[in-house]
Design a protein around this ligand. Structure first.
Ligand code: ZN
Length: 633
């Protein structure tokens, strides 16, 4: 805003002459957009806006589609892109006009952000209220602007949609996703609950929550065994199933599953028929995504080995998409290259023009972006990219299987991944989050995955961090908190974060973490006079204290494993090792206890069950068990 800019008064002492209007024949999404603006204006000012009738044209806040509002002058030209909108703020009309219904809703959220609202985290912690700055007087600079997403599809693989669906926690995530300009949500099913979970979504208002925000459902994900279950067909058609270890295998759901024989035409035919039935039965799925069981291995019959799984899967989906198109041409179908059975680029087959590729590289270290010349899979990515007309990239910004669980902002990856998407014409930015319990820690990276491609380059990751610090933690602590995040997420420090999150921090890492922790301790003092800001800093601090406790904890285990590997020669060596094992077991107990307490006290910063099953069992208990067994022998 510049000094000469005229201010338009909206509210004075909590009162207003402005009224709101949405066309009577508006669709559900525009009507919802209107409800949202009324809801938040009421939260800010304490006043309910009244509705204007059709012949009032002055002091109107008009919410609708651009094409229906020819009577409004001075509109800026639409921005180039997708889900666009224009906003006009003048002394007699405020108009929020979408190029499509979703654009109307996004325009409303943009307008509310101008009034000070922010949605940095899903509204899931009762002690941490939605961020609204209450004001009796409200004004806005006169002006007009247009926005549109530079990337067509912005997909959020929601932790609350992964495996277990609990509506009370999923619905706030859906709300948050729309507020951060995602336009599609991805669901990962459980094979034997697909139908009951779809019914649950229907009964518990999940489809409704998505539809009124214009969000599409993508899924059901890893679901091959649902569409050709061995439990149903193996008995009569063993030849349909994968050949491994000298036999056809009915093991299609147990890890590591064996995928069905993709070169068997009858198996493929039955698979496609079952998918067709599913699509007819569940029209809510607009973006069909079906992958082999996660971690599945390929059939090793002669034909399958000869063709390779990439070519076979692409060939199958080329046929499938033609059949789905006949049922409903609006349903998109995708495959997931770069991952599992589609890691290698195809040799002979080219994907159908309408088949979408969703590139997924699990395990990338986020100090590397897709646009870095030394990104290890760059050639594989570029070749796959060249195979598809529409191409999405799944970025594991919040997959805690291998990302630091305390959520450092991936400043470099966010910035240059987006640059890659735009330069290469990538049509979808897909962000995966798992598990649910870390939703607070993951929020910055997930949110940026939706909002940044939309506002690129006006809202870059660093300016978003500063905005977050000011609004969420308060002006007083803002600069120190912003520096904390900027240091944490800087590429020069990311490896420290990765090591700490695996329990493998060295002395240098610990020194760095403790210095950062000192910054948070100071922020606790600075924010102490405001209950809400103070709670938020406490939450961050508690999460970070846990990290400092956890960060070096696996080194003990690594040492024990090393000693055991080198061989224990005598009884005293054995005793010493046993003492070390007992001490490590004590550490494990402490980690489990602390993580359970943390989860209980501060929602969204820890997932104790995940900590136990993924981190502790796999990388602490199982190597210890191995050592104990080896000394016993
Ligand atoms: Zn085969």
């Amino acid at each position: 805003m510049n000094a000469s800019q005229k201010m338009i008064l909206l509210f004075k002492n909590g009162k207003t002459h402005w009224k709101i209007r949405v066309p009577v024949d508006a669709g559900d999404i525009e009507k919802f957009a209107c409800e949202e603006i009324c809801k938040y204006i009421h939260k800010i000012t304490g006043t309910t806006l009244s509705y204007a009738d059709e012949n009032e044209n002055d002091l109107i806040i008009y919410i609708g589609l651009r094409k229906d509002t020819r009577f409004i002058n001075d509109l800026p030209a639409p921005a180039e892109g997708f889900d666009g909108y224009s906003i006009l703020v003048s002394n007699r009309i405020i108009a929020i006009l979408g190029e499509n219904p979703r654009g109307v809703l996004y325009g409303v959220y943009d307008f509310l952000e101008k009034l000070g609202c922010r949605w940095y985290h899903p509204n899931l912690d009762p002690l941490d209220p939605e961020l609204i700055h209450q004001k009796q007087n409200l004004d806005l600079p006169e002006g007009a602007w247009s926005e549109a997403a530079k990337i067509k599809d912005r997909i959020y693989w929601v932790s609350g949609f992964a495996f277990e669906i609990i509506p009370e926690r999923l619905i706030p995530q859906i709300d948050w996703a729309a507020k951060n300009r995602f336009n599609c949500l991805s669901w990962q099913c459980v094979f034997d609950r697909i139908e009951s979970d779809l019914e649950l979504m229907n009964d518990k208002g999940i489809f409704e929550a998505m539809e009124k925000r214009g969000l599409n459902l993508h899924g059901p994900g890893h679901a091959f065994p649902y569409f050709l279950p061995a439990s149903k067909y193996f008995k009569d058609h063993p030849e349909w199933y994968g050949y491994r270890d000298g036999n056809r295998q009915s093991r299609d759901t147990v890890f590591p599953a064996v995928t069905f024989c993709l070169s068997n035409p009858e198996a493929c035919e039955q698979f496609m028929k079952n998918v067709e039935m599913f699509v007819k039965k569940y029209p809510q799925i607009k973006r069909l995504d079906i992958l082999p069981a996660d971690g599945a291995v390929a059939c090793e019959c002669e034909k399958c080995r000869e063709s390779g799984s990439s070519d076979l899967i692409i060939a199958l989906f080329n046929k499938l998409i033609a059949r789905i198109e006949r049922i409903n041409p609006e349903i998109t179908v995708d495959v997931v290259p770069g991952y599992g059975l589609l890691e290698k680029t195809p040799v002979k087959i080219t994907p159908n023009d309408k088949l979408i590729g969703v590139y997924a590289h699990w395990g990338r270290n986020h100090k590397t972006s897709y646009n870095d010349a030394d990104y290890e899979r760059r050639s594989n990515l570029l070749v796959w990219k060249s195979c598809f007309r529409e191409f999405w990239i799944c970025s594991y910004y919040a997959a805690n299987s291998h990302q630091p669980f305390f959520g450092p902002p991936f400043i470099h990856a966010l910035k240059y991944d987006t640059e890659f998407y735009l330069e290469q014409g990538v049509s979808g930015a897909f962000v995966l989050e798992f598990p649910f319990g870390l939703w607070w820690n993951n929020a910055f990276n997930v949110r940026m995955g939706g909002i940044y491609p939309y506002y690129h380059p006006k809202r870059d990751p660093v300016s978003e961090i500063r905005d977050y610090a000011v609004h969420y933690f308060g002006e007083k602590a803002a600069s120190l908190i912003a520096e904390f995040f900027l240091m944490l997420g800087d590429n020069r420090n990311l490896d420290k974060c990765y090591r700490a999150s695996r329990g493998e921090a060295d002395e240098g890492d610990m020194k760095f973490l403790k210095e950062l922790s000192g910054m948070l301790k100071r922020c606790l003092q600075i924010a102490s006079d405001d209950a809400v800001y103070s709670y938020r800093v406490q939450k961050l601090n508690a999460c970070f204290d846990f990290l400092i406790f956890f960060a070096p904890s696996r080194r003990e285990i690594m040492e024990i494993a090393k000693t055991a590997e080198e061989g224990v020669k005598d009884e005293s060596g054995k005793r010493e090792l046993n003492d070390k094992i007992a001490s490590a077991q004590k550490t494990i107990e402490e980690i489990l206890q602390k993580s359970a307490e943390l989860e209980k006290q501060y929602p969204g910063v820890m997932d104790a069950e995940w900590m136990k099953s993924w981190m502790i069992h796999r990388t602490y208990i199982s190597p210890l068990d191995k050592v104990e067994k080896s000394i016993g022998e």
